[in-house]
Design a protein around this ligand. Sequence first.
Ligand code: TUI
Length: 308
Amino acid sequence: MKTRITDLLGIEYPIIQGGMAWVAEHTLAAAVSNAGGAGIIAGGNAPIDYLREQIRLCKEKTDKPFGVNVMLMSPNAADLAQLCIDEKVAFVTTGAGNPGTYVAAWKEAGIKVIPVVPSVALAKRMEKSGADAVIAEGTESGGHIGENTTMCLVPQVVDAVSIPVIAAGGIADGRGMAASFMLGAEGVQIGTRFLASEECQIHPVFKDLVIKAKDTDSVVTGRYTGHPCRNVKTKFAKKLANGEKDGTLSPEEFENLTVGALRRAVVEGDLESGSFLCGAIAGMINDIKPCADIVKEINDGAEKLLCK
Ligand code: TUI
């Protein structure tokens, strides 16, 4: 399926990998790009030297375009913005903030700019700033989330801007992709499905949580800190959610417990104190597959439904 997104990014399928902090390193990004999608290396809070190496390793593993996700709350965001220019990254996605101050420099360097937006207002602002496309991300997504759902947000963003819109949040198969296209999206961003891929380097405990998850096994924690995050409902996540609800955990105590929790989940598989960020669609994911199979099955499934 050719859309303005496949044209913009020079990719075969309009499937963009989510910029999952700690998860999306070069092996996963290269695998998704080699599969014909758009692989992404996540900046997260990582040091710049590590990210430079990840970008270079990715270039060794693929000659297809790949991107970098700039998490705007990172203290290293400005340095990473410059690194993307220095390393001539093909495209940038952004999350957790307004990338306005970086857009002109990226555009000047020939980098395609695709911000994640949780609202129509930010989508419009991003179009005015010169963004090439936006990712309308619903609250079904894993990690840091906005309030609106994919089903409601995507068509409203599509109506509000002229640049192409990529749908995100709760999409993990051909049906989700076809539905997104019916709402007017021209691409999909997929995160959780790639957690359960062969090339994803997360701890096996994390993959196991994803493939065993049921429909009710995700929970949003941290609304009262201003940074709501969707996680797998582990004992630790329930402790956070209950502490938030009944007032036994102050926002400061919550923040202290969650510092480093993403690394503990991804690297150590630590069920006692790790935050396993994951989308609400995990309940539908039951097996670990190569990225190439995931990309092809999602695309072919959507194509079949849309071309009926
Ligand atoms: O960024 C994400 N997902 C993430 S980032 C992350 S690391 C993190 N850890 C703890 C706290 C916060 C982040 C884990 N998962 N998704 C994209 C996304 N962007 N979701 C929501 C937003 C967003 C929110 C507000 C984008 C822009 C925005 O703008 C506010 C403004 O300044 O107008």
